[in-house]
Ligand binder design. Structure first.
Ligand code: UDP
Length: 160
């Protein structure tokens, strides 16, 4: 059920970002939140959750035929995840740039994965890779009532 699709464009574009269990264990929550805040994006939702296997299987359903799928679902259920929704102009594409490549060893310095890790199984963060996956993932991880609509006082200094 993709219930809150309309109007998520331009400065209202939204993406699903998660600090994975390894990122939470390595105390990267503040670092990752800081980077998105500092960039100028708006935090719309945030929660610490132990994700069910059912949710994780659905989240990564498109990877079900990959050899690492079962292990990935296990890794993702090994501890709490910080699930977030961030909003802003081009937040999906920019969020992916900020993350770096899938493997930390392929990621440039100054990216989140490039600066925090070495192995693909321990890459700290998830971020939606398209408008469609952002809609799907936000609907999957959040209820509509968990998303806050609020005005950031610095909006006019971030957007002209
Ligand atoms: N992954 C893995 N082994 C691989 C490739 C991916 O364990 O060889 C994990 C890794 O945690 C990655 C996740 O599976 O973040 C999802 O893979 P995807 O290709 O969607 O990468 P992402 O979008 O996270 O960069």
């Amino acid at each position: 059920a993709h219930i809150f699709k309309s109007g998520w464009t331009g400065v209202n574009e939204r993406t699903f970002i998660a600090v994975k269990p390894d990122g939470v264990q390595r105390r990267l929550v503040g670092e990752i939140v800081r980077r998105f805040e500092k960039k100028g994006f708006k935090l719309v939702a945030l929660k610490l959750v132990m994700a069910s296997e059912e949710l994780l299987k659905e989240h990564y359903w498109h990877l079900r035929n990959r050899p690492f799928y079962n292990r990935l679902v296990r890794d993702m259920s090994s501890g709490p995840i910080v699930a977030m929704v961030w909003q802003g102009l081009d937040v999906i594409k920019t969020g992916r740039k900020m993350m770096g490549e899938t493997s930390p060893s392929d990621s440039m310095p100054a990216t989140i994965r490039g600066d925090n890790g070495v192995e693909v199984r321990r890459n700290a963060i998830h971020g939606s890779d398209s408008v469609e996956s952002a809609h799907r993932e936000i609907s999957l991880w959040f209820q509509e009532t968990e998303l806050s609509s609020w005005d950031v006082c610095s909006t006019n200094w971030i957007y002209s």
